[in-house]
Design a protein. Structure first.
Length: 268
């Protein structure tokens, strides 16, 4: 089932690229991020990114209906002890990730392997058939969902010593702190940094990489901020830079696994 879905997803994605669906946005992003590359090189990354997105969409069906044991068998964590040791400190834990490889598999499979449910922060969006489908998929393992505006609940999760997980790589409001990302100053989500600085909950970046065989490898990276004592603006900026810079390094190693189809540089 998974292989068939993957083939179907890649085919649909390549048709979307051929028909120009968000193609201009994708290539505009690549032009800003990689001005040194040739057109052919950027087209190659773009086609790979569309294939990646097609796989993500196709695998959502798999993640919704496949057995949890099967989902767990297709993902491995290289350093689970980093996550587990920090969680044992009972300060709560903030896990930041990007729209890289399959972020949905990261949340479901990661929770299964770690035997620890995530409180996943999502955008405040209207209820729809698609959102109901995604919600049922995301809570299958026991994960919970928090709307991004429910700050009080996020603090409560951290005070209880649990884990919050959120994606922090999409375009932020124009007034947000500006971070150098691929050589350009762009507004970047401040939420993870503010939460960490105000609660002193440790922060991890979760790198999820799709391997050649289609399975996933998670590696946790510690985002240290012991030197940043207060939630003043310069510290929020610095901590935001630290996790955004790590994401950039990960993207540069495997650019076709990132979501280039969104307008990350729309305020530039």
């Amino acid at each position: 089932m998974r292989v068939v879905l993957k083939i179907f997803g890649v085919l649909i994605a390549k048709l979307a690229f051929a028909f120009g669906i968000r193609k201009n946005v994708t290539l505009e992003n690549l032009n800003k991020a990689y001005p040194e590359l040739t057109g052919a090189e950027k087209n190659k990354i773009a086609i790979g990114a569309y294939a990646n997105l097609g796989i993500v969409f196709a695998e959502m069906l798999y993640l919704r209906f496949a057995s949890l044991k099967s989902i767990e068998s297709r993902i491995r964590i290289s350093n689970p002890e980093l996550f587990q040791n920090l969680l044992r400190e009972q300060k709560g834990l903030i896990v930041v990730a990007g729209h890289f490889a399959n972020w949905e598999w990261l949340a479901l499979g990661g929770a299964r392997i770690l035997k620890e449910n995530f409180a996943i922060v999502r955008k405040n969006i209207r209820t729809s058939f698609t959102e109901r489908f995604l919600e049922k998929m995301r809570i299958r393992t026991g994960n919970t969902l928090i709307n991004s505006g429910d700050i009080r609940r996020m603090y409560r999760v951290l005070r209880n010593g649990s884990c919050i997980a959120l994606l922090a790589d999409q375009a932020a409001p124009g007034e947000s702190t500006r971070i150098n990302f691929f050589g350009r100053e762009v507004p970047t989500a401040e939420g993870p940094a503010r939460l960490a600085l105000q609660t002193r909950a440790p922060m991890l970046f979760a790198e999820c990489l799709r391997k050649a065989d289609g399975d996933y490898l998670i590696t946790f990276h510690c985002i240290c901020f012991d030197d940043l004592l207060d939630a003043v603006e310069e510290n929020v900026h610095e901590l935001t830079y630290r996790h955004a810079h790590l994401l950039e390094e990960i993207i540069r190693r495997q650019p076709d696994q990132w979501l280039w189809q969104h307008r990350r540089w729309k305020y530039v």
